[in-house]
Design a protein. Structure first.
Length: 683
């Protein structure tokens, strides 16, 4: 029995210590994972010193026999022998653990050590960190033992390869070439989408550019490529990765909602998408609170990724069935991405072989998804262009039909316009004649009142003279010559007064005729002050004949007292009578509205300046509202009740002053306080 004990110890030692793996070909990559022996431990219970000092105390089991369990912690052990003259390095392809510590030992002594984690700690060799490299101190003909401590593994496989430096560089360059193509493609798509957004203002292109950038940046960070440029950015990304994931999902969700016409073709899915976007925002805020307050890092990535994929597929199929053809690209792109993603998950659980394509499946899948989504954007542009072309063709057809219809209608309208124009000219002529007759009526009424006084004197003195004649006859019969002489003197005085008032009436008639039909239409020298006074008398008497209770105060300011000027007397008289009638109407209307404390006033002012004469007619009547000031000189515009005005008075007056005499006519007015018309005439 004692003789068997050494054999038993030798067998146990053989079982617990596998044979060294010989590295004899520098052009070969040596997969090490299944060559390791594993020891499951609780975190922090076994140190490298105890493993080296008491190797027989711990029973390592070959991974081929046992495998690894997700969520557990392990020590791995493997002996390596190098028979070549080149140095080898270990490369860990997947960061599927919280932390990994690698030890290279020789004769129970640690000669080389490396600590790997998601976050970059104290290191100056960012290339080794980005590629997850560990250079061995294993010289030619030497045998060293490698110990690996894994804190909570997340997968059932851990691709670790031993490669000579030259082979490592060749494979690293091949990966860099793949990622270089990927980042260049991402940059081109992003810039192109931003240019389209700035040119077209299309929100879809902006959201797509942001999502493409975040996707490419996330691939760079998760693959370790970006750490060589900025280790701080790398650490921030992995620290706040639980917050970034829902935000990236939110941008992707918004892009799909607005790219696909869900609001028009599937409002239910559109509203659900908005609710899902709110859920993403809530998740991001909750994750940020957990990180800041409790220093916890739960990963919502798998759940959100599943939700995002299912939602993308459903809304893509719904939009495609509703007739939106570019949605098919969304479905295909989503299937491609999640197909490669599923392949990566299978790699983590050792269900597919590890190789260049499976290891980089996420980058390849993301690149293909971006490519297919870009085709979707182009397809949408082509679809919109096709619809636009169809709309243009339809518009051209309608335009031709409308052109034919317009030509027909134009002919009919031209005939009607000619007919209506003739009618309007006739009506306008009638209205102008009516305005002239209205002015003549005002003139006639003024003449009647003005001439009434001298006629009354003539009639009275004629009746008295007739009685004196009878008295003179009787005196002659009675022989009273003295009385007859006295009566003759009275008759002579009466006849003198009759002649005086007759001449007065004749002068009035002559003056009135100058403002009626007796004018030749040519300019002649006229005393503007006398013309203004006569027109005031005529206008006042005419207005007084219609309104017996009307009265107003007149204020005049004439400088100088006489002012000869070349005007068409009849036309200028018509202007003055029109303006005075409007002033009388305004002050009379205000006196009816404001019976207490108001005195109607008209102010006439004529001043001679260098090169022109200024005539102002001012009243303290109701004034003109600001809203209608621009319209008062327009033909047929009037504020008077129906039947009291034609709307041509101010229009004709404006034309007479500006076109007939080369002057100007302006108005100043404030509603409720009065109006002032200002006429300037060249000397």
């Amino acid at each position: 029995m004692k003789r068997l004990l050494p054999l038993q110890l030798l067998l146990i030692s053989y079982l617990t210590h596998a044979q060294p793996l010989v590295l004899n070909d520098p052009n070969q990559s040596y997969p090490l994972f299944e060559q390791f022996s594993a020891l499951e431990v609780r975190p922090g219970t076994v140190s490298i010193d105890s493993l080296l000092q008491q190797p027989d105390r711990y029973r390592f089991t070959p991974i081929k026999q046992q495998g690894l369990t997700v969520g557990h912690s392990y020590w791995l052990r493997l002996e390596l022998t190098n028979t070549t003259h080149q140095l080898f390095a270990l490369r860990i392809f997947l960061l599927s653990f919280n932390r990994m510590i690698l030890y290279e030992t020789d004769n129970k002594r640690v000669i080389n050590q490396r600590d790997l984690a998601l976050l970059v700690t104290d290191t100056t060799d960012y290339f080794q960190h980005s590629k997850r490299l560990w250079t061995l101190h294993l010289g030619q003909g030497r045998t060293h033992t490698v110990y690996v401590y894994i804190d909570q593994i997340w997968a059932t496989t851990l691709p670790i390869y031993a490669q000579a430096n030259l082979l490592l560089l060749r494979e690293s360059h091949r990966e860099d070439l793949l990622y270089g193509f990927f980042y260049g493609f991402v940059l081109i798509v992003m810039l192109y989408s931003l240019i389209l957004f700035m040119r077209l203002g299309d929100r879809d292109n902006l959201l797509y550019a942001i999502w493409v950038f975040l996707t490419g940046f996330g691939i760079s960070l998760s693959s370790g490529q970006e750490v060589e440029l900025s280790s701080q950015t790398h650490n921030l990304y992995f620290t706040f990765n639980p917050v970034i994931i829902p935000l990236v999902g939110l941008i992707h969700l918004l892009f799909l909602i607005f790219f696909l016409p869900l609001r028009r073709v599937a409002r239910g899915w559109y509203k659900f998408g908005l609710v899902l976007g709110g859920f993403y925002i809530f998740t991001a805020v909750a994750q940020l609170a957990l990180i800041i307050l409790n220093n916890q890092y739960p990963n919502p990535g798998p759940l959100l990724t599943l939700i995002d994929g299912l939602f993308s597929l459903f809304i893509g199929l719904v939009a495609y069935r509703k007739g939106f053809r570019p949605a098919l690209y969304i479905v295909i792109g989503t299937v491609v991405l999640y197909g490669f993603g599923w392949n990566y998950v299978l790699l983590l659980f050792n269900k597919v072989p590890f190789n260049f394509w499976t290891f980089n499946s996420m980058a390849i899948g993301s690149g293909l998804e971006i490519l297919i989504f870009t085709l979707a954007m182009g397809s949408k542009v082509n679809l919109l262009k096709q619809h636009q072309d169809e709309a243009i063709q339809e518009q051209l057809r309608l335009t031709q039909e409308n052109q034919t219809l317009i030509e027909t209608q134009n002919r009919v309208l031209e005939e009607k316009v000619e007919e209506r124009t003739a009618q309007l000219k006739a009506s306008q002529a009638q209205l102008i004649q009516k305005e002239k007759l209205a002015s003549l009526g005002e003139l006639t009424a003024g003449i009647a009142h003005e001439i009434q006084n001298p006629l009354n004197f003539v009639n009275n003195f004629a009746e008295v003279s007739s009685e004196l004649v009878e008295e003179q006859k009787q005196a002659l019969i009675d022989g009273d010559l003295d009385e007859a002489g006295f009566i003759a003197d009275d008759l002579r005085q009466n006849l003198t007064k009759i002649a005086h008032h007759g001449r007065r009436a004749s002068a009035i008639v002559k003056g009135m005729l100058e403002h009626s039909n007796g004018d030749s239409g040519e300019k002649q020298e006229t005393d503007l002050i006398r013309l203004t006074e006569e027109c005031y008398k005529i206008a006042f008497q005419g207005y007084r004949s219609k309104h017996q209770d009307f009265s107003c105060e007149l204020q005049t300011s004439f400088q100088p007292d006489s002012l000869p000027i070349q005007v068409i007397t009849q036309d200028m008289g018509r202007v003055l009578i029109n303006l005075l009638n409007n002033a009388f109407y305004s002050v009379h209307k205000r006196s009816q509205q404001q019976k207490v404390g108001y005195t109607p006033q008209i102010e006439l002012c004529i001043e001679a300046h260098n090169g022109h004469i200024e005539l102002r007619i001012k009243d303290n009547g109701t004034g003109i509202p600001d809203a209608i000031k621009p319209k008062i000189f327009q033909p047929f515009f009037t504020t008077k009740p129906t039947g009291e005005g034609t709307g041509l008075g101010l229009s004709l007056s404006y034309d007479i002053v500006t076109k007939g005499h080369g002057g100007t006519m302006t108005v100043e007015s404030q509603e409720g306080e009065g109006t002032q018309f200002i006429i300037t005439l060249p000397c």
